[in-house]
Design a protein around this ligand. Structure first.
Ligand SMILES: [Zn+2]
Length: 311
């Protein structure tokens, strides 16, 4: 049981901006909503079947803290990875769980969180990303946000809003958009070229791996004070391309940052015996990049919510 719990924690850590990142992005976005969009998202969040979970731990009672629930909702798609009510629908032998009141399905949708756009610097064959992915799902959900609530339906905006908040965050983490192929990196079962799974197979000194290093780049102290401090820092970053609302461009940006900086430590694969030692310079710059990406993600998220729900 202890091992299972530990594995669960590790897997959750490997999968996305951590809770600080998602909450900070949602927090800044919430602060940038117009009155109409804010009233609308407040209403959607209050109707969520997991509202008790989302508002849990909010200081000052429910009324004042829908913002808290909104921020937690942005992390909800990661929370359900460790929730036995939900199941990993990506497994070949997946067995569905009982559908609970208000939900259309109990799928964890682990493949919605990223798009593995491949690149190689040594001419190795690559493999194209699969559907569904973070890009296809952002495109699918956006026009559904303004629908009337329809509990139990897969197109219910109440169910989909936390997903949208989460996925717009994820797509701004560069390693949710890119994966590196290289010559000596092959699938041990098939012998074919294998991606590094968005940096998940690249061991890094002091972190689980390269992907997790970037997930944690905004900080790891999940307290209201800390997260709101990150929101304040992000709010000072304007980001010249905040008006770019085409999510395929966001993926291109993530791929470009991955190619030009994320893997700038070199061609080493970061095997278990030879973890990558990131330099102090890399650590400083990566934090700046992460703050810029998160700030852009928040501004774009707010712009879309204002466009869909605030007119
Ligand atoms: Zn995610």
């Amino acid at each position: 049981m202890k091992t299972a719990t530990l594995l669960l924690l590790i897997c959750t850590t490997l999968s996305a901006w951590n809770s600080v990142g998602h909450k900070a992005i949602a927090g800044l976005a919430y602060d940038l909503l117009n009155d109409k969009a804010r009233a609308r998202v407040d209403s959607l969040i209050r109707q969520h079947p997991d509202f008790a979970l989302l508002i849990g731990g909010a200081p000052g009672g429910q009324k004042a803290n829908i913002r808290h629930a909104f921020m937690k909702a942005a992390f909800w798609p990661d929370i359900i990875k460790g929730d036995l009510r939900f199941y990993d629908d990506g497994k070949r032998d997946a067995v569905g769980t009982e559908i609970k009141a208000g939900f259309p399905e109990m799928k964890q949708h682990r493949d919605w969180h990223y798009i593995n756009v491949p690149f190689s610097t040594d001419g190795t064959d690559t493999v194209n990303p699969r559907d569904p992915n973070v890009l296809s799902q952002i495109r699918w959900i956006r026009p559904l946000l303004a629908n009337e609530p329809s509990p139990g339906h897969v197109k219910d905006p109440v169910y989909l809003l936390p997903w949208f908040l989460h996925l717009v965050g994820d797509i701004h983490q560069p390693l949710h958009c890119a994966t590196r192929f290289k010559k000596d990196q092959v699938n041990p079962q098939t012998g074919k070229p294998w991606s590094d799974l968005g940096g998940n197979t690249v061991n890094v000194v002091g972190s689980y791996n390269l992907h997790a290093y970037w997930d944690d780049a905004l900080g790891i102290a999940d307290t209201g004070t800390f997260v709101n401090g990150v929101v304040k820092v992000m709010a000072k970053r304007t980001g010249s391309s905040a008006e770019t609302l085409d999510p395929s461009k966001w993926v291109e940006e993530g791929l470009e940052i991955s190619r030009s900086f994320v893997y700038s430590f070199g061609n080493e694969g970061g095997g278990k015996e030879n973890p990558i030692q990131l330099t102090d310079e890399y650590r400083v710059k990566s934090r700046q990049i992460a703050l810029d990406r998160a700030a852009l993600g928040a501004r774009r998220l707010a712009a879309i919510l204002n466009a869909e729900l605030g007119n």
